[in-house]
Design a protein around this ligand. Structure first.
Ligand SMILES: Nc1ncnc2c1ncn2[C@@H]1O[C@H](COP(=O)(O)OP(=O)(O)OP(=O)(O)O)[C@@H](O)[C@H]1O
Length: 317
C-alpha cells in the first residue's frame, strides 16, 4: 500500500529579485515496508523535498504546485491543526544532527516520555522506552534515561533519536542524512542499526543521503535528484547495475568501487550544478553531459517502464 505519495510537487524559495526553484515537478511514492532512498549532490533539493514531505518547510519556501498524500489525505490542503495531527500520528523524522532534536537542559528519559506522551501518553510505559533503547543498541538504557544529551556521544544521540522516532510507531519514517554528522565508525554502526531495525518495522522509510553505501545497504528503491528534479528512479539493483540517466551513470562510473556495498560518498562530476534561479531551457544536466546534443535544449520527456523512470531525451527507461 502506498503510504506517502508526492505528485508533481514544486517548491521554491523567495530570494532577492526572484525565485529559486529547489524542487521541480517531483512525483514519488513509498509503500509500507519499503525503503526509498533520495540521493544527489549537495544543493539538488533533497532536504527541501524531505521538509515538504513532513510539512516543515523553512521560512521563505513555499509549495508552488502539486500534492502530498499521506494515507490518502491531501495534507497540503488540510487546515493547519489537522495537518499537524496527521503528521504527528503518522510521520517521524530523524535529523542529520541529533542534537537539534533534543532539549539540552532535560534528561533523555524526560524527553522521551514527554515527546511520546505528547502523541499518545497511554501507549508507552517506561519499560517500552527501555526496551526500545536496548533495541537500538544503548548499552545501559536505565542509566541513559538519567543523562543529558551532551553527555552522550554523537552516535548514541542518533540511536536515541531513532528510538524516539520508532516509539511513535509511525507509518513513515523520514531520515535526512542520518549518518552525515558522525565519524566513519559510528556511521557504519548506524547504517547497520537501521538495516537491523528494518526487519521489525512495518512502516515506510525515506532516507535522504549523498552516501552511496547507505543506498546500497538499506534501500529498495532510489530516486536520483539533479537540480531539483528526479532524473531517474529505479530499484537499487537496477540503478547500480544498469543506470540509464547520464547523470546517474556519471556518478557511478566516477569510481567503480562505488557500486560495492559499504562504498563511500558520491564522487564529484566535472562542471557545476546550474543556478536554480536561472535554469536553462530543456535538460538541466546538458551542460555537464557527455552525450548532450541540440535536442537537449527542448522540453525533456520522462520515459517510464516497469519500476523505472528516466528524464532524458536520449536514454530510455
Ligand atoms: N532558506 C533558503 N533560502 C534560499 N535558498 C535555499 C534555502 N535553503 C536551501 N536553498 C537552496 O535550495 C536548493 C536546494 O537545497 P537543499 O538543501 O534542499 O539541497 P540538498 O540536496 O539537501 O543539499 P545539502 O545536501 O547540501 O543539504 C539549493 O540551491 C539551496 O541553495
Amino acid at each position: 500500500m502506498t503510504v506517502l505519495s508526492v505528485e508533481n510537487l514544486s517548491v521554491s524559495y523567495r530570494i532577492p529579485g526572484g525565485k529559486l526553484r529547489a524542487v521541480r515537478d517531483v512525483s514519488l511514492g513509498v509503500h509500507s515496508g519499503e525503503v526509498l532512498g533520495i540521493m544527489g549532490e549537495s544543493g539538488c533539493g533533497k532536504s527541501t523535498l524531505a521538509a515538504a514531505m513532513i510539512g516543515l518547510l523553512p521560512a521563505g519556501a513555499s509549495v508552488d504546485d502539486g500534492t502530498i498524500r499521506l494515507n490518502g489525505a491531501d495534507i497540503l490542503r488540510l487546515p493547519p491543526d489537522q495537518q499537524r495531527r496527521l503528521r504527528g500520528q503518522s510521520i517521524a523524522m530523524v535529523f542529520q544532527d541529533p542534537m537539534t532534536a533534543f532539549n539540552p537542559v532535560l534528561t533523555i528519559g524526560r524527553q522521551l516520555s514527554d515527546f511520546i506522551g505528547a502523541h499518545d501518553a497511554s501507549r508507552h510505559s517506561r519499560s517500552e522506552i527501555v526496551e526500545m533503547l536496548k533495541r537500538v543498541g544503548i548499552p545501559d538504557p536505565e542509566r541513559c534515561l538519567g543523562r543529558y544529551p551532551h553527555e552522550l556521544s554523537g552516535g548514541m544521540r542518533q540511536r536515541v533519536a531513532i528510538a524516539a522516532a520508532l516509539l511513535m510507531k509511525p507509518d513513515v519514517l523520514i531520515a535526512d542524512e542520518p549518518t552525515t554528522a558522525l565519524d566513519v565508525t559510528m556511521e557504519a554502526q548506524i547504517i547497520h542499526l537501521l538495516r537491523d531495525l528494518r526487519a521489525g518495522f512495518s512502516g515506510a522509510i525515506v532516507i535522504v543521503t549523498h552516501h552511496l553505501g547507505v543506498i546500497a545497504e538499506l534501500c529498495d528503491r532510489v530516486a536520483v535528484m539533479y537540480a531539483g528534479e528526479v532524473v531517474e528512479e529505479a530499484s537499487v539493483d537496477a540503478l547500480f547495475h544498469d543506470p540509464r540517466h547520464p547523470y546517474t551513470r556519471a556518478l557511478l562510473s566516477c569510481d567503480p568501487a562505488v557500486v560495492q556495498p559499504g562504498a563511500g560518498h558520491l564522487p564529484t562530476i566535472g562542471g557545476r550544478v546550474p543556478d536554480l534561479s536561472a535554469l536553462p531551457p530543456g535538460c538541466a544536466f546538458a551542460a555537464r553531459c557527455t552525450f548532450a546534443d541540440p535536442i537537449c535544449a527542448d522540453p525533456v520527456p520522462r520515459h517510464q517502464a516497469a519500476g523505472r523512470s528516466v528524464l532524458c531525451h536520449r536514454s530510455e527507461a
